[in-house]
Design a protein around this ligand. Structure first.
Ligand code: ATP
Ligand code: MG
Length: 717
């Protein structure tokens, strides 16, 4: 992604037209790799070059990380400071605005954000209080309820229609579910809580009902730009309509064939509705692909042409030369992993950096076996799209403490916090909460202490009443205080694996240092759930290889891409097989995966896989593969260099290994002065052993820090 100073000259005529169209509604609709994001970045730079102050620009995209990167790129083009551009996701924008204007609809500026699991917990709580959980065994579970609720908002269907089409077995509970939904809304409002959907809904409500806010928005953000518009939903489309109503200076870019968030309510047709919302829309199509070689593009074009849906574009490239995509049908996943790692090492030998190579997959677990092989062979990697930080219990614990500090009426978090304490069960927790509802702390302190003799409760309440989040204490100081209280509980509750868990917390402690306000820290964690790997920040000996789910690979590109597990039931996924719309989404996902590759593409489809409960079974190749003409790819046979088949363990056995097998180097095995051998860097001497890290003075490259988790070192002397 290089951009020169003469950014206008780098553009093709269609891109340039988009960049130079500064006023009025503009829709750029184009296929993968055609420079949509580049055009958007250049237009942002161009606006500023033409004298528009950066603070008048609003940039919305799919992740805040992507927005930040685009703003940096624009700033590099002009060598000007762009930090005043407001960049983020729809949710982060709405969140900021609601903190400021939420009072108009009865929300105080310190309302609490519920993440998905909080919302589910609330459904459970209300189910119990409405008496729906005990006697109705077949009543939908909390995740189904949260899912249904969200769908009624995002898909513009009534609850009855949704039940009818997706959950007919729950139709008999229609009145109860309706009542539950009403209660859910009331509860949130009463307790100053908003879930993710509320952020969009509430902000939209304000925009709709308050013309003066629309005017204010129009003045504040005079130019609006949205990337990846195909993955917005109807509410987001409406938000744009109102935010831009006074000036209509709004540019959106997207690709209908890359819409992959239907399950979250995104609707690829939204992009076609844009000109309906803004009748003056100028539409620009980009047809030249700059990313991939012709053979890769040929494959991508067929994937999308085989779709039942008619998409709008044809792509061509000037990069005519290039290797055909390679298909390898290994006998099992162990062999697939060996093949992938061998190819990666070959590429590295040829000078391709590991960070220019990505292995993509439909679901995070598809890469487990490969991760073991990578670790064994000493190849560092990071994984995206795996476990989100917020999905781990200990992080949620800490957040619950922070949330009740920010909003003392967040009784859901109170509940979580109280249940962590020794000697407090659900009943006592409920009594304490009832007391807190009637009378806030510190007035109710003695009354609450009278409800339970728990020492931990006493310690917590004493601490709680001294913390002043909106005054002089920094977020980091507050987190430290909480940790001081929570650490013994944490060790007790997670006694089996607290060593592993404490690492994530360390990451959190360094992250919090960047924040001046606790509120911002907590909101950021909730708004863009970080992945565990993003916090690790380890010193690796080279830029790591990328492992990623396809969803998390959106908008990105690499020199070489491997796509794993192209078999029925995995890709397309098991859940999609029965429904045409879901299958279409899987196809778009495959298209997204293929179009991430610049030069080389490898498709992997093992003949056998291990299925939990079923053992090793034959796999059927993905329909997305079998429908491809054989002329479009090259199928290879592969024998591992030494064909040491005895080294390939039976799949079942390998599968049972944890991510990082015990065969890896362990801390205890090295000491200062040892001579060691690394598969890639050769021989060297151990200079320092630092916990899980080791510093080795390699003959080939001098002192290097390696992480034992990712490295295989052999001791020579
Ligand atoms: P996606 O649909 O995957 O998000 P995109 O349409 O946003 O793709 P970009 O990521 O902006 O495409 O561009 C793809 C690649 O093509 C980038 O490496 C970019 O620098 C390059 N590129 C785009 N336009 C041009 C151009 N006019 N000249 C040279 N390179 C270009
Ligand atoms: Mg893009």
């Amino acid at each position: 992604m290089r951009e020169s100073k003469n950014y206008l000259q780098d553009l093709n005529p269609a891109q340039r037209e988009a960049v130079e169209t500064l006023y009025g509604p503009l829709l750029v609709i184009a296929g993968a790799g055609s420079g949509k994001t580049k055009t958007l970045v250049c237009r942002m730079a161009h606006l500023v070059e033409k004298g528009i102050p950066p603070e008048k620009i609003l940039l919305l995209t799919f992740t805040r990380r992507a927005a930040k990167e685009m703003i940096e790129r624009a700033s590099l083009l002009l060598k000007r400071d762009f930090h005043k551009v407001t960049g983020g996701t729809f949710h982060s924008l709405c969140h900021t605005m609601l903190r400021q204007y939420g009072t108009l609809i009865g929300y105080s500026p310190n309302f609490t954000l519920l993440d998905r699991t909080d919302a589910e917990d609330l459904f459970n709580l209300l189910k119990t209080s409405l008496g729906l959980s005990d006697n109705k065994k077949r009543f939908p579970k909390k995740d189904t309820l949260a899912n249904l609720y969200s769908k009624t908002l995002n898909q513009e269907k009534s609850l009855e229609e949704l039940l009818d089409s997706e959950y007919p077995q729950f139709l008999e509970f229609l009145p109860e579910i309706q009542r539950l939904f009403v209660e859910y809304k009331i509860y949130k409002k009463e307790h100053q809580l908003m879930d993710y959907d509320d952020l969009l809904l509430n902000w939209l409500e304000i925009l709709k009902n308050y013309p003066q806010i629309r005017d204010e928005m129009g003045k504040r953000f005079h130019f609006i730009m949205v990337d990846e518009y195909q993955d917005t939903n109807t509410l987001q489309g409406e938000i744009i309509k109102y935010m831009a109503s006074t000036h209509q200076n709004v540019m959106v870019v997207g690709d209908d064939s890359q819409s992959i968030y239907r399950f979250r309510g995104a609707n690829y047709r939204n992009i076609f509705d844009f000109p309906k919302i803004f009748p003056q829309t100028k539409i620009i199509k980009l047809e030249q692909n700059y990313r991939s070689t012709q053979p890769i593009l040929d494959l991508a074009n067929v994937i999308i042409a085989n779709s039942k849906i008619k998409y709008t574009k044809t792509l061509f490239t000037l990069k005519k030369e290039g290797a055909k995509p390679v298909l390898f049908r290994a006998k099992d996943e162990a062999e697939t992993s060996k093949f992938v790692v061998d190819k990666i090492l070959e590429l590295r030998e040829k000078g391709i950096k590991l960070s220019q190579i990505a292995v993509l997959f439909r679901s995070a677990y598809h890469s487990y076996e490969l991760e073991v092989e990578l670790a064994k062979r000493g190849i560092p990697f990071v994984k995206y799209g795996g476990l989100k930080l917020l999905e781990s219990a200990h992080i949620k614990d800490l957040l619950a403490f922070l949330k009740i500090i920010l909003n003392p009426r967040d009784f859901l978090s109170w509940n979580r916090v109280l249940l962590l304490m020794e000697g407090i069960g659900p009943r006592t927790a409920e009594k304490i909460i009832q007391t807190l509802k009637r009378e806030a702390l510190p007035t109710s302190l003695n009354r609450i202490l009278g409800l339970s003799p728990s020492h931990e409760l006493k310690r917590w309440l004493e601490l709680y009443t001294t913390i002043k989040p909106y005054e002089e204490e920094s977020p980091s100081e507050i987190l430290q205080k909480i940790w001081y209280f929570y650490e013994p509980l944490f060790q007790r509750i997670y006694s089996e694996d607290y060593h592993r868990r404490v690492k994530d917390l360390e990451g959190l402690f360094s992250l919090v240092l960047k924040y001046k306000s606790l509120d911002e820290f907590v909101s950021d964690l909730l708004l863009e759930p970080l992945e565990i790997t993003e916090l690790e920040g380890e010193t690796l000996d080279e830029d790591p290889l990328i492992l990623s789910t396809i969803h998390s690979a959106k908008g990105l590109e690499w020199h070489t891409v491997f796509i794993l597990s192209l078999i029925e039931g995995r890709f397309p996924s098991l859940y999609s097989l029965k429904n045409t719309d879901d299958l279409e989404e899987e196809r778009r996902l495959f298209y997204v995966a293929v179009t991430r590759a610049r030069e080389k593409l490898f498709l992997l489809s093992p003949l056998m896989v291990y299925l939990p409960g079923e053992g090793k079974t034959f796999a059927k190749p993905s329909r997305f593969l079998t429908e491809l003409p054989k002329t479009l790819y090259e199928e290879v046979n592969y024998t591992t260099p030494e064909e040491k088949s005895s080294h390939i363990k039976p799949v079942t056995e390998n599968y049972m290994n944890t991510h990082y097998s015990t065969e890896l180097s362990s801390t205890s095995s090295f000491k200062i002065g040892d001579f060691v051998k690394h598969p890639h860097f050769g021989e060297g001497e151990v200079l320092e052993v630092m916990g899980e890290k080791i510093k080795v003075n390699f003959i080939s490259k001098g002192p290097t820090i390696l992480h034992l988790k990712y490295t295989q070192l052999e001791r020579l002397l």
